[in-house]
Design a protein around this ligand. Structure first.
Ligand code: CO
Length: 343
C-alpha cells in the first residue's frame, strides 16, 4: 500500500433509493419521499413540495465509488440528510425513521468494500430514546451520529442535548453537527438564502451556545464534535465574540475563559469554497481541527472533490495530509488504513 495519505471526505450525504411510504405508515402528511425520473435523477419531495434535485450517487454505491475514484477519494463518511430527522414528529415515529435510514446507511456501506463509513441519525426530540438509538447504532457499526444544530428552540447548550453529547462521548461516537431548520421568514424566500445566510448563522449560533453557556466546561473533553460548512460564520466573527466577552459582563457571565480558547474542543470541515477562507479557518482553528468535507453529492457541495485543498497555494503537504486524513481519523477515532480496501 502506498504511503500517500488516504483521502477521507467526512461530510457526504446519501438517500436510499426507496423507503417505506412514511405518510401512509404514520397516517400524517408531508413526509419526505423520492420521485424517481427514470434517468438516474430524482427529486426529494416533502409532501407535494419539491425539496431537492438529486442523482443516483445518492443511492447507487457503484456510481458513488466511480465518482470517488474519478477524484481520488479513498473513503467517504456518509450520513442522511436533516430533512429526514423528523424532530417535529412524535418521538416514536422519529425513532422508527432513524432505524430505517440507519439500516439503509449500513447496507450501503456494507457494499462498498470499506470505502463508505456510516453516521447514524437519532430522534433528538426525546433524549432517552436518542441515547438508546445511538447506542444501538454504535453496536450495529456506525461510527457516530449526525445531528441538527438545534431542536426547535433548544440549542446545543440545552440540558438534554448536553446529556446526549455526553452520551456520545461515553459511546465513543463522532458527532457531526449539521445546520437545519434555519432561521428564515419572508425576507429569505428566494435564491436559496436560507442556505447561504441562515445556515452559516445557525452553525455560528450552535458553536457559541456551547462556548458562552459554559457547556464545554461541563462536557467531557473526550467528545469529538465537528461543525459543518467550516463552522459557518464562526471563524470570521471570532474576534468580534472575543471582544464582546472582554467588554461586556453579560457576554462572559457563564463562560469563564476567552471564547477563542475553546477552539480545541471541536472540529470543522473544509467546505468553504475559497482559498482565503480556508487559510483563515486553519489560522483560527489550527491545522489539527479542519477536515476535508465536501457535502457531496449535493449541488451546493464541492463538485470537484478535493480540489480546494489540493490546489491551496499556502498549504504544505504535511498540512494537506492532516486535512485529508489524519484529522478525520482523530475525529472518527479509528485507523482507517487498517482494514480499508482503498489503495
Ligand atoms: Co451537508
Amino acid at each position: 500500500m502506498s504511503a500517500a495519505p488516504l483521502i477521507i471526505d467526512m461530510h457526504t450525504h446519501f438517500f436510499p433509493e426507496t423507503w417505506p411510504d412514511l405518510a401512509e405508515k404514520f397516517g400524517t402528511p408531508d413526509w419526505p419521499w423520492m420521485k424517481h425520473h427514470g434517468d438516474g435523477t430524482a427529486t426529494v419531495m416533502v409532501g407535494d413540495k419539491e425539496f431537492r434535485p438529486i442523482y443516483s450517487a445518492c443511492w447507487d454505491v457503484d456510481k458513488r465509488l466511480e465518482e470517488m475514484d474519478q477524484y481520488g477519494i479513498d473513503i467517504q463518511v456518509i450520513c442522511s440528510t436533516p430533512v429526514l430527522f423528523a424532530t417535529t414528529r412524535p418521538a416514536d415515529q422519529a425513532a422508527e425513521c432513524a432505524h430505517i435510514f440507519n439500516d439503509a446507511a449500513l447496507e450501503m456501506c456494507g457494499r462498498s468494500s470499506g470505502r463508505l463509513l456510516p453516521l447514524a441519525q437519532v430522534p433528538l426530540q426525546d433524549i432517552d430514546t436518542a441515547c438508546n438509538v445511538l447506542s444501538q447504532a454504535m453496536k450495529d457499526g456506525h461510527l457516530g451520529v449526525q445531528i441538527g444544530n438545534h431542536v426547535d428552540d433548544k440549542d446545543l447548550d440545552d440540558e438534554g442535548l448536553v446529556t446526549f453529547l455526553q452520551h456520545c462521548a461515553a459511546e465513543n461516537a463522532a458527532v457531526l453537527v449539521h445546520p437545519w431548520d434555519m432561521l428564515t421568514g419572508n425576507r429569505m424566500k428566494k435564491y436559496m438564502l436560507p442556505w447561504l445566510v441562515a445556515m452559516a448563522a445557525e452553525t455560528q449560533l450552535s458553536i457559541l451556545s456551547l462556548i458562552l453557556s459554559g457547556a464545554f466546561e461541563r462536557i467531557d473533553k473526550s467528545l469529538r464534535i465537528c461543525f459543518a460548512h467550516g463552522g459557518g460564520s464562526f471563524a470570521y466573527l471570532l474576534g468580534r465574540v472575543d471582544n464582546a466577552w472582554k467588554e461586556r459582563d453579560i457576554v462572559r457571565v457563564d463562560c469563564p475563559n476567552l471564547p477563542s480558547s475553546y477552539v480545541d474542543r471541536f472540529f470543522v470541515d473544509s467546505a468553504v469554497f475559497d482559498h482565503g477562507a480556508l487559510d483563515l479557518l486553519i489560522d483560527v482553528m489550527g491545522e489539527e481541527r479542519v477536515m476535508f468535507g465536501t457535502d457531496y453529492p449535493f449541488p451546493l457541495g464541492e463538485i470537484k472533490m478535493g480540489e480546494l485543498i489540493r490546489t491551496a497555494p499556502k498549504l504544505n503537504e504535511q498540512t494537506k495530509a492532516k486535512l485529508f486524513s489524519q484529522n478525520a481519523e482523530s475525529w472518527l477515532a479509528t485507523d482507517l488504513r487498517e482494514g480499508s480496501a482503498a489503495e
